[in-house]
Design a protein around this ligand. Sequence first.
Ligand code: SAM
Length: 304
Amino acid sequence: MTLATPIQASLQSLMTEVALQTYPASTLYVVATPIGNIGDISVRALNVLAIVDAVACEDTRNTAHLLTRYGLSKNLIAAHQHNEREVAEKLILRLRAGERIALVSDAGTPGISDPGARIVDAVRSAGLRVTPLPGASAAISALSASGLLHDQFHFVGFLPAKSKQRETVLLNLRGLAATIVFYEAPHRIVETVAALADAFEPTRTVVFARELSKLFEEIHRCTLAEASAWLAADPHRQKGEFVILLEGAPAIGDADAAQAERILTILLGACSVKQAATLAAQITGQKKNALYERALQLQQHSED
Ligand code: SAM
């Protein structure tokens, strides 16, 4: 592609500029790696991976493969869920000796539903510097493309596999107004969506963000009532990696308004606008004039 030439030239000068920046020694660099697309890594992250003395990683084979794609070969230290504490001690000794070490996970940002937090805690507690190299995270990517009005969000990550524990977690989230973010694997997606449908109002919006940044990326929005049927309609929809976003609890005002509207609609099927507004005001305790105006609109709408 002809466009590549000017981009290549500026990338090269950008890499030179970034390479001249300061990268303190005795520092643990927490490096975000792509969640699918090999291109989703920053110039600065690449530079850090190039200059560090070692890379602590969740799975040495995965990271070796990733580094090879970037033309790098590094001393790798396995740092997974089961050995984080021991590895942290070794990393601290190496950092104290003046080394620079990168911490990566298999995909996305370390410590976000991934190993890394314990190492970071230990290194910081030892008085050593930890610096993040910002980049991909599935949760943030999904939120950014969801179209949900998410001034606030609550990150849950993976729900417990056991149904009783999962139910308890979900029940505790019922009143939360913020968008709720779940991670899920393909073998549990159907079960998890069924559990969400049991725990939350069917009218809530749910967003499936599947295979982000990959060939079969798909972002689908529907109501929770429609979610299981959407998944079942095509077996491909149950494949790959998922972020599930669930709209938060409706504000009390919204819930009341929705309820009043439902009552008005039912009454309009049997009474005049005036009678419907009077009865709806008695049932809901809301203002009769406002209900009368809304009833007129609903009737007009049904006649259009
Ligand atoms: N540390 C990662 C991050 O920053 O997003 C998350 C790692 S966690 C072990 C893996 C889960 O993240 C997957 O099961 C899925 O829920 C989500 N995930 C990772 N990559 C994804 C992608 N490309 N599309 C959708 N979800 C993804």
